[in-house]
Ligand binder design. Structure first.
Ligand code: NAI
Length: 324
C-alpha cells in the first residue's frame, strides 16, 4: 500500500479548518487515490475543540484517512509533514496597529517555520492562508533555512477564483470558458486582478468589458470581496477559503498550465527578488514556475507596482521588528 501523505493543518479548530479538513480527508487535496494522515495543530485552549473535529473525521470513516493526531506542539505537528497548511493566525483586533499585528504573527510564523525546518519531510510544501498571508509566509520561510525557499507559498487562489466568478457573471459565460486569469501582488486590498491577459473564448477579457467596469467595479469588487462576505455573513470567508487552499495544493502537486499563487519572486516582472508575491504561474513536476513573457502595459504596471510596494513595506517592517 502507498505510504500516507502527512498533511498538517494549523488553526484546525477554526472556521477554515472545519471547512478544510473533511475535504482533505476525502481525497480532494492530493487526489482520490492518495491516502493521508492529518495532523491538527492548535493553541492549548482550542485543542479540545480540534479533538471534537477529529472525532467527526473518525465518524466519516473516510477510506483514504489513515490517521489523525491533535497537538499543541509544532515539533510534533510538523514531524514528517509533507504538506503544511498554515491557517491559524492572529487576526487584527480593533485599534491594533500594523506593527502589533506583524509582531503577533511573527510570534506564530517564526516558530512554526523553525519547527518545519527541524522536523518536516524533505518534500515539504507550505501554503500560508493566515493573514497577512504573504508576509507570514516570508517570516516562516526565513526561519527555515534548510528548506528550499520556493516551498513557501501564500494563498491568492481565493482572489483568483473570485475574479473568475465576477467576470463569468459579467459576461454570462461559464467559469470554464475563462483562461489565464491572474492576480498580482499581495493578498490584500492592493492586489491586482488582471484582465489584460485573461482570455474568454480566445479573446482578451479586457476587450470584452468597458474600461469603467474593469477599473471601478471589477478590480475593487474582487479586492474587497472579503469585506463584503463579512458584511453579509457576519463572519469571514471560510468554505471558499478552504476551497481555494485545496485548489492551490492540488494544482501544485498535480500540475496546471495557468493559475495564480504567491511564490518567492526571482525578480520577474520587476518584483524584487525574495518577496512572496502573487504571479501568473504554471506547475510542472511539482514545482511552481512564473509564466514569462507577458507584456505589461502602463495601466497594469502602475497597479502591480502599488501592490508590490506594499509587500516591500511589510518586509521592511518585519525586518525592523527583527522578525526576519
Ligand atoms: P478562526 O479565528 O476561525 O480560526 C483560527 C484558528 O487558529 C483558531 O482556532 C485559533 O485557535 C488558531 N490559532 C491561532 N494561533 C495559532 C497557533 N499559533 N497555532 C495553531 N493554531 C492557532 O479564523 P479562520 O476564519 O479560520 O481564518 C484563519 C485565517 O485565514 C485568518 O488569518 C484569516 O484572515 C485568513 N484568511 C485568509 C484568506 C486568504 O485568501 N489568504 C481568506 C480567508 C481567511
Amino acid at each position: 500500500a502507498q505510504t500516507p501523505v502527512k498533511v498538517t493543518v494549523t488553526g484546525a479548530a477554526g472556521q477554515i479548518g472545519y471547512a478544510l479538513l473533511f475535504r482533505i480527508a476525502s481525497g480532494q487535496l492530493l487526489g482520490a487515490d492518495v491516502p493521508v494522515t492529518l495532523s491538527l495543530l492548535e493553541i492549548p485552549q482550542a485543542v479540545k475543540a480540534a479533538e471534537g473535529t477529529a472525532m467527526e473525521l473518525d465518524d466519516c470513516a473516510f477510506p483514504l484517512l489513515s490517521g489523525i493526531e491533535v497537538t499543541d506542539d509544532p515539533n510534533v505537528a510538523f514531524n514528517g509533514a509533507n504538506v503544511a497548511l498554515l491557517v491559524g493566525a492572529r487576526p487584527r483586533s480593533k485599534g491594533m496597529e500594523r506593527g502589533d499585528l506583524l509582531q503577533a504573527n511573527g510570534g506564530i510564523f517564526g516558530p512554526q517555520g523553525k519547527a518545519i525546518n527541524d522536523n518536516a519531510a524533505d518534500d515539504i510544501r507550505v501554503l500560508v492562508v493566515g493573514n497577512p498571508a504573504n508576509t507570514n509566509a516570508l517570516i516562516a520561510q526565513q526561519h527555515a533555512p534548510d528548506v528550499p525557499a520556493e516551498r513557501f507559498t501564500a494563498m491568492t487562489r481565493l482572489d483568483h477564483n473570485r475574479a473568475l466568478s465576477q467576470l463569468a457573471a459579467k459576461l454570462q459565460v461559464p467559469v470554464t470558458e475563462i483562461k489565464k486569469m491572474t492576480i498580482w501582488g499581495n493578498h490584500s486590498a492592493t492586489q491586482y486582478p488582471d484582465l489584460f491577459h485573461a482570455e474568454v473564448g480566445g479573446k482578451i477579457a479586457a476587450e470584452l468589458v468597458d474600461e469603467t467596469w474593469l477599473r471601478d467595479t471589477f478590480i475593487p469588487t474582487v479586492a474587497k470581496r472579503g469585506a463584503a462576505i463579512i458584511e453579509a455573513r457576519g463572519a469571514s470567508s471560510a468554505a471558499s477559503a478552504a476551497n481555494a487552499a485545496i485548489d492551490h495544493v492540488f494544482d501544485w502537486v498535480n500540475g496546471t498550465a495557468w493559475t495564480s499563487a504567491a511564490i518567492p519572486s526571482d525578480g520577474s516582472y520587476g518584483v524584487p527578488e525574495g518577496l512572496i508575491s502573487s504571479f501568473p504561474v504554471a506547475s510542472r513536476d511539482g514545482k511552481w514556475e512564473i509564466i514569462q513573457g507577458l507584456e505589461i502595459d502602463a495601466f497594469s504596471r502602475e497597479r502591480i507596482d502599488a501592490t508590490v510596494r506594499e509587500l516591500e513595506e511589510e518586509r521592511s517592517a518585519v525586518r525592523e521588528l527583527g522578525l526576519i
